[in-house]
Design a protein around this ligand. Structure first.
Ligand code: B3K
Ligand code: ZN
Length: 880
C-alpha cells in the first residue's frame, strides 16, 4: 500500500489567489539530462500576504532572488512546494533558478524528450515540473520565453506567441525568444525544440489578416501532413462561419510527437499533438484515422476561444472548456461529413464508455467535487456527457438562441478564468430565460433513466405522453433535471402527423414543424396532444435529445416500422438496435435455461430490409447492420454472463451471415473497387464502411476466408487492408498467420501502423488470444515508454478482449495487473487509464468478481504506487 495517503482536493475549498504574476520571463538552457530554467516573475501581492507558496515537483533548486537579493536560505522547500517570505512586499521581482532532467522524464509530464526532441505537457498540473509557479488556471500571466540549445540537435526552437528575437551563440549553440501577447494560465505554456521540418500554408481570416500555419514533424513524416493542414484550414473557416470566432495570433503551429499521454494539447499558438492525430496518407491511415485527425485538429483549434481566451477558474470547471469544445468539434465533424452518422457514432461511444463509467466506482458529476489526481478526471463523463449537457442548451434555445448565449459569454468573459455558472448565466441572460435548473446536470452523477408510457384515446383523439425520470442509485433523493425530449408521431403507413399540443401544455411543449420538444422539468409529468386522428407510431428521443437510458416499451411492429420510415436517422438506427438487442437477450435467456437458440422473423425481416434498401445512405446501412457491441449488451444486465454474451453474439452473426450470404456477397462485390484511388470523401467512406461490414459477416463462414485474404493482398488503402486483417485476426487459419506476418514485415518501421498490428492481436477472439497477448509484450517492438504502443496492447486487451481478459481462471486479470504495476513506475497517467476495465468488477459473476478484486488488491499492495493509479484502484475497492 502507498505509504502516505494522498491529499484530496475539494471544490468547496476554492480560494482566490493571493498573488498575481503579472509577467514571467523564462530562460531554458536545454541539455538532455540537466536543463537549467531561470524564471523571472513580476509579482503583485494582492492581499499583503506574508508568505507566497509556489508549486513545484521534481525540481533541483539552485537559487531564489527577490528584487536582486539572494533569499534562498530564507525559503522553505517541501516535495511539492516552495514557501517564500513576502511580508511588506507589495510588488516585487522573483527570480528562481532550478534544473530538471528531461531525458529521465518517462511520465511525459513537464519537459521531456521524445524521439531525441524536447517537448512539454503542462495541463493539468505539469508546469510545476518545469519551474516553481502558481500552477492554477486562474493565475493569468504574460509569458516571454528564451530557449537556448545546441544547433546540431535542435534546428527548431519554439514556444507560444510571436518570435521576437533569435541568434547565434558560442559553442555551436543558438537561441530564440518568443513572446505571447495574450495572458494565459501556465497550463497553456509550451516549448518544443529539435530537428523537425514543417509544412506551411496561409489562412486569410474574415478580418483579412494572413495567418502563418505550420505543422512540424520529424523529417521522415513530411509527406503525411496534407490532411492535417486541410483540417486546420477547415476548422478556422468553420469557427468563423458558425460562431463568428476569428484566430488572434499571426502564427498557428502544430507539432506532432510520438510519445504523448493523450490525443493533443491546445497550448496557445503551439499545439502539441500525438502523431496519431496528425500523420496520414491513404496507405497508412484508415477512414477512422482521417476522421479522428480532422476532429482533434478542430477540437484543439476551437479551444483557442473555448479554453484559452476564456479559461477555467479551477480544475473542477474542466467541463466548461472540454464539454463545450467537444460539442463544437462534434458539430464541426457533423458539418464536414454526415450529421446523422456522427450523431449515432457519438451516442454509441457515450453508451459504451461513459454510461459504464457512470455506473461504476469512478462515477462523478460533470463538475466533480473532489479529486486526488486531476489527470484522472479527463474522463468520458467530463468530456462526452459534458458535451451532451451543452447540447441540451442548444436543444432548448435553438441554434440562434445558443449563438446569442455564446456571443454574450465571450463579451462578458474574454480574458477571464470562469465557472460553469458563468456559462449558464450567459446562456440564460442572452435569451431572457431562467436556466437555473440546468445546474442539476452539473451536480448529479449516474445516468438518468427516462420512463415513458403513452396512452391513446381513439374517442377523444388525444395522446398522453407520461414521462418520469429517475436516477436509480440516488433512490428518490435528487431534484429533477430539465430534459428536452424530442418527439414526432407517424401514421401506420409512415405519414408524419401534425402536432397540436393541448392548450394547457403550450408552455412546456415547443412545436417546430412536425417535431416537438417536451420540456420535462418534474420527476413525473404528462404531455398531451390533441386531434391525433389515428393511433400513432411514436418516434421518441429523436436525435438522442438527452443523455438518458430510455425505457419505453414499444412493440416490435412499431420498431420495425420506424426502421423503414422514420426521418430521424438516430431513431431509425436505434429501432433496429433495439430489435437486435431483444433478439440477443431473448437468446441469452434461452441459452441460460438450456434451450435451443432461435432466430426470429421480426428481427430478420427488419435486417433484410436494411440490407436490401439501396435508397438508404450506405454509412447508415453499415451502422444499422452492425449488431450492438458486446459491452453494450453487457450493460443491460446487473451481472453479465460473459460467456453467454459472447456465444449468442457470435451465434447471431453466423446465423445472419449464413442466411444472407448471397446478399452480403452481392453488396460486397458491387462496392469492392480495388483499384480506385482513395479519397477522404463522404460517399467513398460510406461505401467502404458498408463493404467492410459485409466482409465481416462473410468472413465468419470458413469458405469465405479467402475473400479477406484477397482484399488484404490487393487493396491500396489502409482502411480496406486493416478491415480484412481485422476479420482474419479472429479466425484460426493459415491465412491469418500469413497476413499478420506480411503486414508486420511491410510496416515494422512505421510506429503508427505497427500499433494497429499490435491492437488487432490484442483484441482478437482467437482461442489462444491471451497466450498471444503475453507474447506481444515480449515482442522487441513493444516498449513500455511509448503510450500509443502500451494502449494498443494493454488498453485494447482490457477493453475489447472479452474472452481473454475475463478468462474464467483469472489469468487475464493476473496478467494485466502485473503489467499495470510495471507500467506505473514508468508512466502513472497511462497506467491509471489501463486500470479502467477492472473498475467494473461488480458487474460480473461472483467468481470473476473475487478474481478481479484480488488483482486490484495486488496492485494496491504495491509500495510505490503512483497517486494516479492509487486513486482509481482504491476507489474501485472501496465499493466492496
Ligand atoms: N486539454 C487537453 C487534455 C489534457 C489532459 C491532461 N491530462 C486536450 C484536450 O482536451 O483538448
Ligand atoms: Zn479539449
Amino acid at each position: 500500500m502507498k505509504k502516505d495517503t494522498p491529499v484530496v482536493h475539494h471544490l468547496k475549498d476554492y480560494q482566490t489567489p493571493q498573488f498575481d504574476i503579472v509577467s514571467v520571463f523564462l530562460e531554458f538552457d536545454l541539455k538532455p539530462e540537466n536543463t537549467n530554467v531561470t524564471n523571472v516573475m513580476q509579482v503583485k501581492n494582492l492581499n499583503h500576504a506574508s508568505l507566497m507558496q509556489l508549486d513545484g515537483e521534481d525540481l533541483e533548486l539552485k537559487s531564489i532572488l527577490i528584487d536582486g537579493v539572494d533569499i534562498t536560505q530564507k525559503c522553505e522547500q517541501t516535495a511539492e512546494t516552495l514557501q517564500i517570505p513576502t511580508a511588506g512586499l507589495d510588488t516585487f521581482e522573483l527570480n528562481i533558478t532550478t534544473s530538471v532532467d528531461p531525458q529521465g522524464n518517462t511520465a511525459l509530464e513537464g519537459l521531456y524528450r521524445t524521439s531525441g526532441n524536447y517537448c512539454t505537457q503542462c495541463e493539468a498540473e505539469g508546469f510545476r515540473k518545469i519551474t516553481y509557479f502558481l500552477d492554477r488556471p486562474d493565475v493569468l500571466t504574460l509569458f516571454t520565453t528564451k530557449i537556448i540549445a545546441d544547433k546540431a540537435d535542435n534546428s527548431v526552437l519554439l514556444s507560444n506567441g510571436n518570435l521576437i528575437e533569435s541568434g547565434e551563440l558560442e559553442n555551436n549553440r543558438h537561441y530564440a525568444v518568443w513572446q505571447d501577447p495574450f495572458k494565459k494560465p501556465c497550463y497553456l505554456f509550451a516549448l518544443v525544440a529539435g530537428n523537425l521540418e514543417c509544412v506551411q500554408d496561409t489562412y486569410r481570416t474574415l478580418d483579412n489578416r494572413d495567418i502563418d500555419l505550420r505543422i512540424y514533424v520529424e523529417p521522415k513524416n513530411i509527406d503525411k501532413c496534407d490532411h492535417a493542414m486541410a483540417s486546420l484550414i477547415k476548422s478556422m473557416k468553420w469557427d468563423e462561419e458558425r460562431f463568428g470566432l476569428i484566430y488572434d495570433l499571426d502564427i498557428y503551429m502544430i507539432v506532432a510527437v510520438d510519445d504523448f499521454n493523450m490525443g493533443a494539447m491546445e497550448n496557445k499558438g503551439l499545439n502539441v499533438f500525438n502523431s496519431k492525430f496528425v500523420l496520414a496518407k491513404p496507405e497508412t491511415a484508415t477512414d477512422v484515422d482521417y476522421e479522428g485527425i480532422e476532429a482533434v485538429i478542430g477540437h484543439e483549434y476551437f479551444h483557442n476561444w473555448t479554453g484559452n481566451r476564456v479559461t477555467c477558474r479551477d480544475w473542477f470547471q474542466l467541463t466548461l472548456k472540454e464539454g463545450l469544445t467537444v460539442f463544437r468539434d462534434q458539430e464541426f465533424t457533423a458539418d464536414m461529413l454526415s450529421p446523422a452518422v456522427k450523431r449515432i457514432e457519438d451516442v454509441k461511444r457515450l453508451r459504451s464508455n461513459q454510461f459504464p463509467e457512470d455506473a461504476g466506482p469512478m462515477s462523478h458529476p460533470i463538475q466533480p467535487q473532489s479529486y486526488i489526481e486531476m489527470n484522472n478526471f479527463y474522463t468520458m463523463t467530463v468530456y462526452e456527457k459534458g458535451a451532451e449537457v451543452v447540447r441540451l442548451y442548444h436543444s432548448l434555445l435553438g441554434e440562434d438562441g445558443f449563438r446569442k448565449g455564446m456571443d454574450l459569454y465571450f463579451e462578458r468573459h474574454d480574458g477571464q478564468a470562469v465557472t460553469v455558472e458563468d456559462f449558464r448565466n450567459a446562456m440564460a441572460d442572452a435569451n431572457n430565460v431562467d436556466l437555473v435548473q440546468m445546474h442539476q446536470w452539473y451536480l448529479q452523477s449516474g445516468t438518468p433513466v427516462l420512463s415513458v408510457k403513452t396512452e391513446y384515446d381513439s374517442v377523444t383523439k388525444k395522446l398522453i405522453v407520461n414521462c418520469s425520470q429517475n436516477i436509480p442509485k440516488l433512490a428518490d433523493k435528487f431534484p429533477p433535471l430539465l430534459m428536452p425530449i424530442k418527439i414526432a408521431l407517424y401514421s401506420d403507413d409512415g405519414n408524419i402527423l401534425p402536432l397540436h399540443p393541448y392548450e394547457g401544455d403550450m408552455e412546456k411543449i415547443v412545436v417546430k414543424g412536425h417535431e416537438a420538444i417536451l420540456k420535462l422539468s418534474h420527476k413525473s409529468e404528462s404531455f398531451v396532444f390533441e386531434k391525433i386522428e389515428v393511433e400513432p407510431v411514436v418516434s421518441l428521443l429523436r436525435g438522442f435529445s438527452a443523455p438518458v437510458i430510455l425505457e419505453y416499451d414499444q412493440s416490435n411492429e412499431d420498431l420495425a416500422k420506424l426502421v423503414t420510415f422514420d426521418s430521424d436517422s438516430f431513431v431509425r438506427w436505434e429501432s433496429i438496435q433495439t430489435l437486435a438487442l431483444k433478439e440477443i437477450t431473448r437468446n441469452i435467456a434461452q441459452l441460460e435455461s438450456g434451450q435451443a437458440l432461435e432466430l426470429s422473423n421480426e428481427f430478420t425481416t427488419a435486417f433484410e430490409g436494411v440490407l436490401k434498401d439501396s435508397s438508404l445512405d450506405n454509412a447508415l446501412r453499415a451502422l444499422a447492420l452492425t449488431l450492438p457491441e458486446m459491452t453494450y449488451i453487457g450493460e443491460q444486465y446487473q451481472q453479465v454472463n460473459v460467456d453467454a454474451v459472447y456465444h449468442v453474439h457470435r451465434w447471431l452473426k453466423i446465423q445472419l451471415a449464413t442466411k444472407y450470404e448471397g446478399l452480403f456477397l452481392e453488396q460486397y462485390l458491387q462496392l469492392n473497387k480495388l483499384n480506385e484511388e482513395y479519397h477522404y470523401q463522404k460517399t467513398d467512406i460510406a461505401n467502404r464502411k458498408l463493404k467492410n461490414v459485409c466482409l465481416q459477416y462473410l468472413m465468419l463462414l470458413p469458405h469465405q476466408i479467402k475473400l479477406g485474404e484477397q482484399q488484404f493482398n490487393h487493396s491500396q488503402n489502409m482502411t480496406d487492408v486493416l478491415a480484412a486483417l481485422d476479420s482474419l485476426s479472429h479466425t484460426d487459419s493459415l491465412e491469418r498467420e500469413a497476413c499478420l506476418e506480411s503486414f508486420y514485415r511491410k510496416w515494422k518501421d512505421d510506429a503508427l501502423v505497427l500499433d494497429k498490428w499490435f491492437a488487432l492481436q490484442a483484441a482478437s477472439h482467437h482461442i489462444h488470444s491471451l497466450a498471444h497477448v503475453k507474447e506481444l509484450v515480449k515482442h522487441p517492438d513493444f516498449v513500455y515508454t511509448n503510450p500509443n504502443r502500451v494502449r494498443s496492447v494493454l488498453g485494447v486487451f482490457g477493453r475489447l478482449n472479452m474472452l481473454g481478459f475475463h478468462q474464467p481462471d483469472g489469468e487475464g486479470y493476473h496478467f494485466l495487473a502485473e503489467q499495470i504495476m510495471k507500467l506505473d513506475a514508468i508512466n502513472p497517467q497511462v497506467s491509471a487509464r489501463i486500470v479502467a476495465p477492472f473498475t467494473h468488477w461488480q458487474h460480473f459473476d461472483g467468481e470473476r468478481q473475487t478474481l478481479m478484486k484480488k488483482a486490484l488488491q495486488s496492485i494496491l499492495d504495491n509500495d510505490n504506487l503512483s497517486k494516479d493509479t492509487y486513486e482509481i484502484v482504491s476507489k474501485s475497492l472501496s465499493l466492496s
